[in-house]
Design a protein around this ligand. Structure first.
Ligand SMILES: Nc1ncnc2c1ncn2[C@@H]1O[C@H](COP(=O)(O)OP(=O)(O)OP(=O)(O)O)[C@@H](O)[C@H]1O
Ligand SMILES: [Mg+2]
Length: 275
């Protein structure tokens, strides 16, 4: 591999620890915040002048669905609260923030996402598309970035640092949960819990594997017209140990998953935020 995946993984693991331990790193230069409004999670990432992770906070969300803000006040409340939590922890105010738009979202929704960030008290300085955000954390200029989130699988193809193709299809982690609930005859809350329990992964994965293959089929269709050397998977629904092996077998090209794939897009949004 041409770039340094080790450094990328170290940064993501570091960011994950900061969130878990509610701790912050020392920083130099002005702080910038990335706000990721996802279908399943709202994540705030704070980086410093050298793009090093400084702090982060996350909260489960139902206020956004596939890039569309369905509960505006709820979204503002959660972002306001996470901002206050981080400011308290850092002992300083957060000002500049960036947000991101998922591939294929309408312009009206883009405005709503920015409005949430501003209504929470941030100065919105930049809007980036999600795959570009993830690509800057991965340190890549070429390849396919596949973001498997809660509601959708987003595919973005990069050539020479530019996004040349995007697609977003409604198959994500939620669908894995539904399949699991159907299989066991339990409710989706119970299925969601099972799905995220590492101790149950060996029995969960075979049940949800067809959903992973469906995702791979979506990606394969896109790659037929835009071939790449490597596929990078990010997002919460690719957390399973065997996920990338299934993808790789289906696609026949190398599939790379970074550490803490849930956090690649949020951290990248912060890194792309100007002051
Ligand atoms: N450890 C885990 N194992 C399996 N799935 C997980 C795990 N952790 C989270 N997920 C799943 O990942 C999904 C959320 O991923 P992510 O936070 O990337 O989505 P999002 O950005 O909120 O949604 P979207 O991008 O679709 O708007 C959920 O379906 C959740 O169940
Ligand atoms: Mg997402």
């Amino acid at each position: 591999m041409s770039h340094d995946m080790e450094a990328c993984n170290a940064t993501l693991r570091e960011f994950e620890r900061l969130i878990e331990e509610r701790r912050n790193n020392p920083w130099t230069g002005p702080l910038r915040t990335g706000v990721d409004l996802g279908t399943a999670n709202i994540v705030l990432a704070v980086v410093d002048g050298e793009n090093r992770p400084v702090a982060g906070a996350t909260y489960p969300s139902t206020v956004v669905r596939d890039g569309v803000v369905v509960d505006y006040m709820g979204a503002v409340r959660t972002v306001t609260r996470l901002k206050a939590q981080l400011e308290d922890q850092l002992g300083t105010a957060l000002d500049a923030a960036g947000c991101a738009i998922p591939p294929g979202v309408m312009s009206g929704s883009v405005k709503a996402i920015g409005n949430v960030v501003e209504a929470a008290g941030f100065r919105l300085t930049s809007t980036v598309d999600e795959p570009t955000a993830a690509a800057s954390v991965l340190g890549i200029a070429d390849g396919a970035v596949v973001d498997v989130g809660g509601g959708t699988t987003g595919i973005s193809i990069l050539k020479d640092g530019r996004v040349v193709f995007v697609d977003d299809e409604p198959t994500g982690g939620t669908h894995m949960t539904l399949v699991l609930a159907g299989f066991h005859g339990c409710d989706t809350q119970e299925a969601e819990r099972m799905k995220r329990d590492p101790a149950q992964e060996h029995s969960v994965f075979p049940v949800i594997k067809p959903v992973v293959e469906k995702m791979a089929a979506i990606v394969k269709r896109c790659l037929a017209e835009h071939p790449v050397d490597t596929v990078y998977v990010v997002g919460g629904a690719c957390c399973f140990t065997e996920f990338e092996a299934v993808f790789q077998k289906y696609l026949g090209i190398p599939v790379v998953k970074p550490a803490a794939p849930l956090l690649a897009t949020p951290l990248g949004i912060a890194m792309n935020c100007t002051n």
